[in-house]
Design a protein around this ligand. Structure first.
Ligand code: GDP
Length: 442
């Protein structure tokens, strides 16, 4: 995660890498799909030729077409999901907005308390909302339009509203990260169904805690449940609203140590998802409100109103950047294969698809090779048949030649015979005529 000074990712950031790898593997599967279709059409065309294509080979390529289609669909869905949990008003939506550098999610509104809000990128120029019970997307022209649209949709508890935001407006969305904002954990949810429906596919969990109070048992219980269902989930604790500490600078360090100790004990001793040393690097003291205000003004190039930021805000904004850097590093590490910590999520997510792609292409190559061999055999057979036919033709021609030479001889003999007979007859006739003339003269 190499963030540049202005907060945008450098080309080597793990997320960029994920995006690039995804595009590359997608392009490869587009090609594989094209070859599969060409192969299948070719096999169907030559299927009439007996002895070249076996029925099973045609069926296998048709199956592979479906398999490749399935992989392409899965690749389309493969995104990095970050889920945010915490009590209502701890600042979950504000944290997401700060990360997205834009006030996308409405904050402090009550309409969405019961449902999940998922922010994901779209290639479309305009934002829209998708709900689970309405097939039609709801158009959203602006952020205020989004709050209005959310207030008009009838929400089923525990449902997910998809906020599809133009990718060109936000670099994290461009890199296929999706953000899930959950209803407040304090609303006594049916945690099992929450976890089953919304958490099992999350790559990173962020617990947004309130630094003005302490970690609540409900928040802890939730993550205890999560860690029974997922092996070693990647959890961050954001002690948000740390700007409140500016009012009591003399207590700041002491309070911070207390929060830090409790957060580390929770991650390392209770959940046992990381050791104490690693746990410390998963706990941050931030002010999402200040970070958001600063970033929104940075984006629009307008000065941040001085009253919006409290004493020591630079440190808190810096801490927020540290959180993002660590978050990106974590997201790039396999969450599914924690035991091989060096393995990146890029590998984990695409490894299976790559293996399948290789298997399909090598299998189809074998099919095509055996078809090629069968057709080469067939060609040889045909050539041999041709050869035999040619031999027969040559023999017949030779016979004919011999025959015609014989006939010529015979005709010659006959002609000579006829000539001889005619000339004999003539000679005889002339002799007879000469005798007659002689007698007559006498
Ligand atoms: P959520 O219910 O957890 O999503 O909380 P929201 O993001 O909607 O925030 C609730 C209220 O807390 C809003 O009025 C925010 O402006 C405010 N808020 C969020 N983060 C901070 C923070 O870091 N400091 C302060 N002072 N207020 C914050």
């Amino acid at each position: 995660s190499r963030k540049l000074g202005n907060g945008r990712q450098s080309p080597t950031s793990p997320l960029k890498l994920f995006g690039l790898a995804k595009k590359r593997i997608n392009d490869i599967f587009v090609d594989i799909s094209k070859y599969m279709h060409e192969t299948n059409t070719f096999l169907v065309e030559i299927a009439q030729e007996e002895g070249i294509v076996e029925q099973a080979q045609g069926e296998q390529t048709a199956k592979y077409i479906e398999k490749v289609r399935g992989i392409q669909e899965m690749l389309g869905r493969d995104r990095m999901k970050v889920a945010f949990y915490g009590r209502t008003s701890n600042g979950k939506s504000t944290v997401i907005n700060a990360m997205l550098r834009s006030k996308i999610l409405p904050t402090g509104i009550g309409h969405t308390t019961n449902c999940f809000l998922q922010v994901e990128g779209t290639d479309s120029e305009e934002a829209y909302i998708l709900t689970e019970d309405q097939p039609q997307p709801l158009s959203v022209q602006s952020i205020s339009g989004l709050a209005h649209a959310l207030s008009t949709v009838r929400l089923k508890p525990d449902s997910t509203i998809h906020i599809c935001w133009p990718k060109n407006k936000c670099s994290l969305l461009k890199d296929d990260v999706i953000f899930l904002d959950s209803p407040g954990i304090d609303l006594s949810p049916d945690m099992d169904s929450w976890i089953d429906r919304h958490c099992l596919d999350a790559d990173v969990f962020v617990l947004v805690a309130n630094a003005e109070s302490t970690l609540m048992q409900t928040e802890k219980n939730f993550f205890h449940k999560v860690s029974t269902k997922l092996s070693k989930p990647n959890i961050f604790i954001l002690n948000n609203r740390w700007d409140a500490s500016a009012a009591e600078p003399e207590m700041q360090e002491e309070v911070k140590q207390q929060h830090l100790e409790r957060s580390v004990a929770f991650l390392a001793d209770e959940l046992k998802v990381v050791d104490r040393f690693e746990a410390e690097s998963h706990v941050f003291f931030v002010s999402a409100r200040e970070t958001l205000v600063t970033r929104v003004h940075q984006e629009t190039g307008t000065p941040t109103p001085s009253g919006a930021l409290l004493e020591g805000f630079q440190g808190r904004v810096f801490e927020f950047c540290n959180f993002e850097r660590k978050f990106e590093e974590c997201i790039s590490q396999s969450v599914y294969l924690q035991e091989c910590i060096s393995q990146s999520a890029v590998q984990t997510k695409f490894e299976q698809h790559t293996a399948n792609g290789k298997l399909i292409t090598s299998d189809v190559r074998m099919i095509m090779e055996s078809v090629f061999e069968a057709s080469a055999k067939r060609k040889k057979c045909c050539q041999q048949e041709n050869h035999e036919a040619q031999d027969k033709l040559d023999y017949t021609a030779k016979q004919l030649n011999l025959l015609s030479a014989e006939i010529k001889d015979k005709i010659k003999q006959m002609t000579e015979e006829v000539e001889r007979k005619v000339s004999n007859a003539f000679t005889e006739e002339i002799r007879r005529l000469a005798i007659l003339v002689d007698e007559f003269d006498r």
